[in-house]
Design a protein around this ligand. Structure first.
Ligand SMILES: [Zn+2]
Length: 337
């Protein structure tokens, strides 16, 4: 019986030190071959007293089965290891010719995904809408008066079809989502928007992310918390955040959100125009009229909304001072991201 135990211990030790299939074959012969250690135990059955032969035979048999199993397992792991080593060495060879031509995500796409990921982690879902939008959704249902300057041809691109335009903001996605009538709503809407605007910090096409939360008993404090959490996460910094009273037709009250300048840390610089603050988004409590326009009882439900320019945030995050760099497709610029 002692032999049986020590044979198994020896086998385990041998298996552990076996590095390849050749070594494993030698171990198999040593224990299970015709003259192997385990095989020769069967020959010793005759030396055992008759009443113990049966139980000895059973023990030798199970040792044999176990040894076979252990050897098979070791074989599998050696083969797996060899495969991994082969994959590793061959992968390096194969990747070389492709290295230089591999692309990556555009900095605007990276920024968009960064924004969306943060809101997703707070429970917001992504909604999308068309870029050619109904004037009704882009302005009327959002409580923008007929004579509002934003509706002017000077500011908005209209298309050759009565009642349609290139959306000037992602806010019509609020309307589209609310009209579905599924409450509560916690959504963010990323996408392209269009305005007649063209200078170093404005482009006629740019990206926005809209946010909307509509639920029972939603307050300004919820909005402030969500926006502050987002900004701290986005800039990976415990930034000072302040809300400044403002006006938008679709929110009441409305506010502009400022953060402490990420360039100068609040001391004053060219980017913050020496104020120490940077405007990063607009927000407010959803105007009751907007809810009513979508068939929602504004006595029962409240909401907050916010909208931010993705290029603006990307420029601050990556410290870029000209928005045009994002659209010129200059590889020397893009390769830095
Ligand atoms: Zn500054």
């Amino acid at each position: 019986m002692e032999d049986l135990t020590s044979i198994k211990e020896d086998l385990l030790r041998d298996l552990e030190s076996a590095k390849d299939l050749q070594a494993l074959a030698e171990i198999k012969a040593k224990y299970l071959g015709k003259k192997g250690l385990i095989s020769s135990l069967f020959k010793r059955i005759r030396e055992i007293p008759p009443e113990e032969r049966k139980s000895f035979g059973q023990k030798v048999n199970s040792l044999k089965e176990e040894a076979e199993k252990l050897i098979r397992e070791r074989e599998r792991s050696i083969k797996e290891q060899q495969l991994q080593e082969k994959l590793k060495s061959e992968w390096e060879d194969l990747s070389l010719p492709y290295d230089r031509s591999l692309g990556h995500l555009h900095p605007i796409t990276q920024t968009l995904r960064r924004i969306i990921e943060i809101f997703r982690s707070m429970g917001f879902q992504v909604e999308e809408g068309p870029e050619i939008e109904l004037e009704d959704y882009n302005f009327d249902k959002l409580n923008v008066p007929k004579d509002h300057p934003a509706r002017d041809m000077q500011d908005t691109f209209y298309v050759n079809r009565e009642g349609y335009l290139l959306r000037t903001h992602t806010s019509p996605v609020q309307i589209r989502t609310l009209l579905k009538g599924e409450l509560p709503v916690y959504m963010v809407a990323p996408g392209k928007v269009y305005r007649r605007d063209d200078d170093p910090t404005h482009s006629p096409m740019f990206h926005q992310v809209e946010g909307l939360a509509v639920d029972r008993e939603i307050s300004f404090r919820h909005m402030k918390f969500v926006i502050e959490s987002f900004l701290k996460e986005f800039f990976e910094k415990d930034l000072p955040v302040r809300l400044r009273s403002s006006y938008f037709p679709f929110t009441e009250p409305s506010a502009e959100v400022d953060i402490g300048c990420v360039i100068c840390g609040g001391k004053g610089c060219r980017v913050c125009k020496d104020t120490g603050w940077l405007e990063v988004m607009g927000c407010g409590m959803v105007h009751p009229k907007v809810l009513e326009n979508c068939g929602i009882d504004s006595e029962l439900y409240q909401g907050f909304a916010f909208g931010m320019g993705v290029e603006r945030l990307a420029m601050l995050l990556y410290r870029i001072d000209n928005i045009k760099l994002f659209y010129e497709n200059n590889l020397r610029f893009l390769e830095q991201f």
